[in-house]
Design a protein around this ligand. Structure first.
Ligand SMILES: Cc1ncc(COP(=O)(O)O)c(C=O)c1O
Length: 401
């Protein structure tokens, strides 16, 4: 085990704060480390393994496809890719899909598509995109430009131009940023990295109205909040507002890397051969994994139980808000939940791991819970009891003496 950590420090670029845990296997809601210690996984690869780790339908699909055809280029039609596109289209607002390999890439494609649509219709210069405060859209240069936390941009400048920010859930702030150059607005219906913030329905509705009025494209980033995470197959279905473009990744392949951009017909039509592409995007293996995931979600209507489990989880977390003065509030929707503290959350993540439960902290003070959607009430209870225990062990103000 220690060799892996030592070699990792020696040979891997130092881009992650990994501690010393080495995970070797996982099934359902449980992970096992190299020393055989079992952990309850309440973070699911950061909203990736929504059906639980190594779900049998996904494993079988990958195994069978790997034996037939792993990769072929997009020079040819790929049946699994077309089936996946059809299923996504039939179950969303969209008419067309494009596949890539990650969330960052999906948002890059969304940005390019929005700009191309505007360019074809209005010509040069109408290319500005408005993003929201507390947003997170990825680590590529363009997606960093729409990610509000400036810390992520430091040292990587110059950033690509044409991006602006408005306050999340503040329609007047958005209106103030719109000019004749605005071509799109990008929003996470439930913000993840920015602290698990749910958009107001009224805000999204007003955003949509402005977008329709001014022919501005509305882009929803559902990379973290999509794929049944919030209690609907896609989070936008809660709000009665449909976007023109939507990005997906994370749970789309239940752990197999794949991203997607969905769009309505007139917007999708802005891309012509040669405008965009990627070698691996939508390859047979990735699409088989995603197809198995999506088919299973649809067959089981997996989102229906999510709402119930999410409500139960939130109720249990709410009890901690009442009990500890420094536990500020619960946040989120479905099984995308946060517990906001008045102090730094990182030490609690470490303590929870010692208790055998993996959670995470985002935006400094928000403990984040993104369990596999197959999580059971007893797992939720175990998590909130462990939180109560470690909160109790502090000095009454949430600090260890
Ligand atoms: C909302 C959102 N958008 C985009 C991304 C970037 O996705 P990826 O890490 O797959 O590039 C993330 C990742 O956390 C995300 O949560």
């Amino acid at each position: 085990m220690s060799n892996i950590v030592e070699d990792g420090k020696k040979y891997s670029m130092n881009t992650y704060n990994r501690g010393t845990m080495v995970i070797e296997e996982a099934k359902g809601c449980y992970l096992k480390d190299a020393e055989g210690k079992q952990y309850l996984d309440m973070i699911a690869g950061i909203s990736v393994c929504n059906l639980g780790h190594s779900h049998p339908v996904v494993v079988e699909a990958i195994q069978q496809q790997a034996e037939r055809l792993i990769h072929v280029s997009n020079l040819y039609w790929i049946p699994q890719q077309i089936e996946l596109a059809k299923l996504l289209v039939e179950n969303s607002f969209a008419d067309k899909a494009f596949f890539c390999n990650s969330g960052g890439e999906a948002n890059e494609a969304a940005i390019k598509l929005a700009r191309k649509y505007s360019y074809k219709k209005y010509g040069e210069g109408r290319n500005e995109i408005i993003a929201m405060t507390s947003s997170f859209h990825g680590r590529t240069l363009a997606t960093l430009s729409v990610t509000s936390n400036k810390k992520y941009q430091e040292g990587f400048g110059p950033m690509p131009g044409g991006f602006k920010f408005a306050n999340f859930n503040d329609i007047d702030s958005v209106k103030a940023e719109i000019t004749e150059k605005t071509c799109a607005i990008i929003v996470e219906p439930v913000q993840g990295e920015g602290g698990v913030n749910v958009a107001n329905e009224e805000f999204l509705k007003q955003l949509k109205d402005i977008c329709v009025e001014k022919d501005i494209l509305l882009i929803f980033d559902e990379i973290q909040c999509g794929m049944a995470r919030t209690g609907k197959l896609f989070a936008y279905k809660h709000f009665g507002v449909e976007p023109d473009i939507m990005s997906l990744a994370k749970a789309l392949g239940n752990g197999f890397p794949i991203g997607a951009v969905l769009a309505i017909e007139k917007v999708a039509a802005a891309f012509n051969p040669g405008d965009h592409g990627t070698t691996f995007g939508g390859n047979p293996l990735a699409c088989s994994a995603a197809l198995a995931t999506l088919e299973y979600m649809l067959k089981e209507k997996i989102w229906e139980a999510v709402e119930h489990k999410g409500n139960y989880f939130k109720e249990q977390l709410q009890k901690l808000v009442g009990k500890y003065s420094w536990v500020k509030q619960t946040k989120g929707k479905g099984l995308m939940l946060g517990l906001e503290l008045e102090i730094e959350g990182a030490p609690f993540v470490k303590k929870m791991a010692e208790e055998g439960i993996l959670i995470n902290c985002t935006a400094g003070k928000v403990l984040r819970f993104l369990p596999p959607l197959v999580v059971e009430e007893k797992n939720i209870q175990k998590t909130t009891e462990a939180l109560d225990k470690i909160f109790k062990e502090t000095d009454g103000k949430g600090r260890w003496t």
